[in-house]
Design a binder for this molecule. Structure first.
Ligand SMILES: Nc1ncnc2c1ncn2[C@@H]1O[C@H](COP(=O)(O)OP(=O)(O)OP(=O)(O)O)[C@@H](O)[C@H]1O
Ligand SMILES: [Mg+2]
Length: 275
């Protein structure tokens, strides 16, 4: 005789095994992003999602649309899109004040550094915080807290000891580090680096890209970086977007970028692009 069924409360279900870390939202999300300059299509129906923590390299020959793609993200280039969201904002819907806010969320790093040569490294970094500054600060005074942050950032890029040196006396690699610290001073949610290593020798190029990658990983700030050297994209990027005449012809892991894809992106004569 079977014992009467004892009604027991169902054991509390252990949900921990089902829980996954909440998937991060993309910092950049674009669908059918397109830029037309007169007759010329500079960008043709690009889809992309960029997530916190990753480095995405843009590859493509000169004129393929790399800078144009970056410029759309802060509303600098005129675009049409089914969707373009950057740092939680729909770019097309921003009024001038909204665009200013969006731009203050995006740090830019350029090929030629764009520092003020006669100002010290520290002051150049401090200018990155001017988006937050009140009118008094625009007259040239920075708070103690801002100075401390700027010094910490110079330390982050390995240049605290050069804080008082005018930027014109720094090497190219050092200037690019100052420029990166200046971008970080904005507390950006995204970093756009347009050919940041094109003026540097190969050793320094790796150095700067390594720094950008560690910033992406450690601060969870995604970095979109345009490069002309395929080998650097393979070594330092997580993903590659390959543009050819404004069209996205490759989008995938940097490690999957085979000779075939490189050929698709650049056409013929790809030998010089490896190193
Ligand atoms: N303001 C503009 N007015 C008209 N055409 C433009 C403008 N900006 C860019 N273009 C054109 O759009 C195309 C893409 O230019 P873009 O600067 O994005 O190329 P890129 O991939 O960054 O090239 P590079 O490697 O030389 O920097 C080019 O043909 C360029 O001439
Ligand atoms: Mg360019």
């Amino acid at each position: 005789m079977s014992s009467p069924a004892v009604e027991r409360p169902a054991p509390a279900m252990d949900l921990s095994s089902l829980e996954r870390p909440t998937a991060a939202l993309p910092t950049v999300s674009a669908r059918s992003l397109r830029v037309q300059y007169g007759e010329q299509t500079a960008l043709s129906s690009v889809d992309l999602d960029v997530y916190p923590g990753e480095v995405v390299a843009l590859l493509g020959h000169s004129g393929s649309g790399k800078s144009t793609l970056m410029k759309t993200l802060t509303g600098i280039a005129p675009f049409t899109a089914d969707k373009l969201e950057v740092a939680g904002r729909e770019v097309a819907k921003q009024n001038p004040a909204g665009l200013r806010e969006l731009r203050s969320d995006v740090g830019y790093v350029f090929q030629h550094f764009n520092l003020v040569p006669r100002l010290t490294a520290l002051t150049n970094v401090l200018t990155g915080g001017l988006h937050d500054a009140g009118p008094l600060n625009l007259l040239g005074t920075f708070s103690r807290a801002q100075r401390t942050t700027a010094l910490e950032l110079l330390d982050r890029v390995g240049l605290a000891h050069k804080a008082k040196q005018p930027c014109r006396s720094l090497s190219g690699g050092e200037q690019q580090r100052v420029a990166i610290a200046r971008a970080l001073m904005q507390r950006p949610r995204l970093i756009l680096a347009d050919e940041p290593v094109a003026s540097l020798d190969p050793r320094l190029a790796g150095n700067i890209l390594g720094l950008l990658r560690s910033i992406a990983r450690e601060e969870q700030i995604p970095v979109i970086v345009s490069l002309h050297v395929v080998g650097l994209a393979r070594r330092y990027a997580d993903r590659v977007l390959g543009l050819h005449s404004g069209e996205l012809v490759y989008a995938g892991p940097a490690s999957d970028l085979s000779e075939k894809e490189v050929h698709q992106i650049y056409g013929t004569d790809t030998e010089l692009l490896e190193n």
